[in-house]
Design a protein around this ligand. Structure first.
Ligand code: PEP
Ligand code: MG
Length: 544
């Protein structure tokens, strides 16, 4: 048995086989070939296999995410048959007597560059598509089937680190647990693990990567942050027992369903849930959340290979609002950038992405993207109780611009005769120290604040939330953070706004009493933490 210790980011136990996460990248070498016809035949076979896989993926996507989202794979199937693309590959093989992999890679690069340099945003986005289909052909040339290694058995995914876009694409029904060598507990990957309700450990260390092999049996303790590779009998039975106790405890919490979030002395609070997509609603309802306090809408963009259209977004928002049947649903506008990268945005590489071009800064400089989202949101508002929230606010002038754009969108919808609700609450995230410090100026302009403690922590303590080396310096209970929250709560209430917390700290039950004493009105947490926080609230007595 070998044991590694990292940081548990979702407490639960798992036992099962390891699956080492393979990044789907192909490295290509230039190789001289004598038999050009044989090379062309290899290429034809790989193309045929790629087309077959794409049609399978298209059918799966059609069933799971609908026609609009599946369309991209139809485009990929067409691209694979494109004459110019194919002629270029054939020419390179014939004129340079090189291997097909190399010819495909060079063609992909040339075409991707050509697309990226076009003025039209739609054509620019094709740059990522041509790379995608080319990588598929290259993998098939190497007879490395994309889907190989996937089995029906649930596995413990082990990786160096996982990007949010990689996590979101994993088949959730096949993941028992995550363990990564690097990563940090406030990363979006950790947040996704909590949303997925599976044990997760980050920062198991570099040596962990050398010790993992596909198919090896392992035990994961998300409470202690330990992973046991080939555990001995005693450890296995201890983990089995702990797993059962854990499940029993979580079952007990189920008895709190339908009960109020009220303290012993009668103070009530809202406990809402955070989601990253429409498919998390089941968990929200199953855990009896009073509403949705944060819908991270950027995951619609992360899951897509092109800008989601107004119709696609409208359908997703409408579905969430309808499913919540009149309960509050707060949808946060696009928060892309930093660790949440999307190829088709073609964002420049930055020295300090967390301090860079992200979130509202993108929306305010690319109003086409922002207005498409706002139109979809306001249209969906006719189907439920919507609140719209804006991320990464640092100034009054940003908020003035945002509100003016909202008015423009509403006027356009009115002119088009499109229905929308007049009661949409507007709020901002308090996730920069600047917003907290000027919260007295911002509060009169909004209906609510929602404190994003994940970013507020990184900016207040000057600790990059992605940097695993800084874990020991990140004191989430730091007085500076708590003071900023308290100051924001006071200013919100003085100006008639309400205030919630939607960062991960909202689920830290050692702080629930402190938050209630500050007057926090709402805590929005991963669906799996709703009942745990309700339990904490019901055991607090503020009269003492
Ligand atoms: C936060 O920063 O606390 C937050 C809720 O937003 P995100 O984690 O998506 O940045
Ligand atoms: Mg944030």
């Amino acid at each position: 048995m070998t044991t590694f210790k990292g940081k548990g980011v979702y407490g639960a136990i798992a036992l099962g086989k390891i699956s080492v996460f393979k990044r789907k990248e192909a490295s290509v070498k230039r190789v001289h070939v004598d038999d050009i016809e044989a090379e062309k035949a290899r290429l034809a076979a790989a193309k045929e296999e790629s087309a077959r896989q794409l049609s399978e993926i298209y059918e799966k996507a059609l069933k799971e995410v609908g026609e609009a989202n599946a369309q991209i794979f139809e485009i990929h199937m067409m691209m694979i048959e494109d004459d110019d693309y194919n002629e270029s590959i054939q020419n390179i093989i014939e004129t340079q007597s090189v291997n097909a992999e190399y010819a495909v890679a060079v063609t992909a690069e040339n075409f991707a560059e050509m697309f990226a340099s076009m003025d039209d945003a739609y054509m620019q986005a094709r740059s990522a598509d041509v790379k995608d289909i080319s990588n598929r052909i290259i993998r098939n040339l190497a007879a490395d089937d994309v889907d190989s290694g996937e089995s029906d058995e649930k596995v413990i995914i082990c990786a160096d680190d996982l990007a949010p876009s990689e996590t979101v694409l994993l088949d959730k029904d096949k993941v028992l647990a995550f363990v990564t060598a690097f990563g940090s507990s406030n990363s979006h990957t950790a947040i996704l693990a909590r949303n997925m309700n599976i044990p997760a450990i980050i920062g198991a260390g570099e040596d962990f990567l050398k010790a993992i092999h596909d198919g090896d049996f392992a035990g994961v303790d998300g409470y202690t942050g330990e992973i046991f590779i080939k555990p001995d009998d005693e450890t296995t039975s201890r983990l089995k027992k702990k797993k059962k106790e854990d499940e029993d405890k979580k079952r007990l919490l189920q008895e709190l369903k339908g009960k109020e979030n009220v303290t012993l002395d009668g103070t009530k609070i809202n406990i809402f849930a955070n989601i990253g997509g429409v498919d998390h609603i089941g968990a929200v309802l199953a855990n009896d959340a009073g509403g949705i306090g944060l819908f991270r809408s950027e995951f619609l963009y992360l899951e897509s290979s092109d800008y989601p259209t107004e119709e696609q977004q409208f359908a997703a928002y409408k579905k969430v609002l309808e499913s919540m049947a009149g309960k509050k649903v707060i949808i946060r506008t696009l928060d892309i950038g930093a660790d949440k990268q999307v190829d088709y945005f073609n964002l420049d590489k930055e020295e300090n992405p967390a301090l860079g071009y992200r979130a509202i800064r993108i929306c305010l400089t690319r109003p086409d993207i922002f207005k498409t989202q706002l139109r979809a949101l306001y249209r969906a508002s006719a189907f439920g109780n919507l609140g719209i929230m804006f991320p990464m606010i640092t100034s009054v002038s940003e908020l003035e611009k945002i509100k003016a754009i909202c008015e423009e969108v509403k006027a356009e919808l009115k002119a088009d005769g499109v229905a929308f609700s007049d009661d949409v609450e507007l709020g901002i995230m308090i996730e920069t120290p600047a917003a907290a410090v000027i919260s007295d100026r911002l509060a009169p302009m909004v209906d609510f604040f929602s404190v994003g403690t994940n970013d507020l922590t990184q900016y207040t303590l000057a600790c990059d939330r992605q940097n695993s080396k800084l874990e020991e310096f990140v004191d989430t209970h730091h007085e500076a953070i708590l003071r900023l929250i308290e100051m924001s709560a006071k200013n919100a209430h003085e100006h008639g706004a309400w205030i919630g917390i939607c960062g991960e700290l909202g689920a830290d039950t050692t702080l629930t009493e402190a938050f209630l004493r500050m007057g926090i009105d709402e805590l929005s947490v991963s669906p799996t933490f709703v009942l745990k926080v309700r339990d904490a609230v019901r055991n607090i007595d503020l009269s003492k």
